[in-house]
Design a binder for this molecule. Sequence first.
Ligand code: 2NL
Length: 339
Amino acid sequence: MADLIRELDELEAGAEAEIEAAATPAELESVRIRLLGRKDGRITAILRRLGELAPEDRPAVGARANEVKKAVQDRLEARSEVLAGRSEVEREVDLTLPARPAWSGGRHPVSLVVDEICEIFARYGFTRVRGPEAETDWYNFVALNTPLDHPAADMADTFYLDDGVLLRSHTSPVQIRTMQAYDPPVRVVVPGLVFRRDTWDASHAPAFEQIEGLAVDEGITFVDLKATLSEFARQFFGPSTRARFRPSFFPFTEPSAEVDVSCTICGGSGCSACKGTGWIEIMGAGMVDPNVFESVGYDPERYTGWAFGMGPGRIAMLRYGIPDIRLLYDSDMRFLEQF
Ligand code: 2NL
């Protein structure tokens, strides 16, 4: 029994050297036959001699023989991969699996809408401008004919950073700065983030995108406002879109209007999107209040103008059928990659 175990130990050690020495697949095959061949293989010969042993010794030697056989088979397999030119990585990984698709970058739905609106107004001669998100209460309220005791200026409605410094609640301060810096004619569109003290829910966010527009020149009338915004509605929502102007109030415009468009879903016959009315509100607008011109040093007897403000997030929700405003700010790739 000890003889056979020793022979198996020697065979295992010798086999390793023989296998590693094989330089071609054909040489390796002849090594395999010498070691494992059914007729004259050396391991086969040892297994055959198990019969010579006492019955109680057979299991131990048989187990050792099978161990050596398995080790030799593994070594032959590994050497065969090396001779076939395959690296260790190629043996471990299935390189024929299809690759994971690369992430395709996309534009945010709100950015898409902002750019489209700005492009339409660019064709009417409006320049895209931007300005600071932290403002003084003078630029955000006082210059816009909104006294600081107005409810909109209340601590509870606006984020104050410091005494008299706040996060803008609309982009109008940028138009104030533009009018201070340039004489009329002025035509600008102003997209940007604005802030309100609202708690997150499906239709409110404490920070959201706004676009305002402003046109000032001699001889501008409410007809310019109606014609420009009606044409905008047709270009943005489609040529059969109608616009409607309802009386409203803003401190910075007089007269003021809410602008509705015929429902983009049902075309005006009434559906769930327009709550059966056939109309959807898209913005507020009006003729610039003379007091606003006074505060920027424009002569209100010489100049008139009109302005509008809208929420591109709301318009993106309408256009793409997005049910919850929070989806616009969650940065969830499964949502964003659809645009
Ligand atoms: C809305 C609609 C509006 C304006 C914004 C404006 C800006 C200047 C002068 C006059 Cl500098 N008006 N912006 C005008 C009308 C409506 O926003 O729903 N706001 C609460």
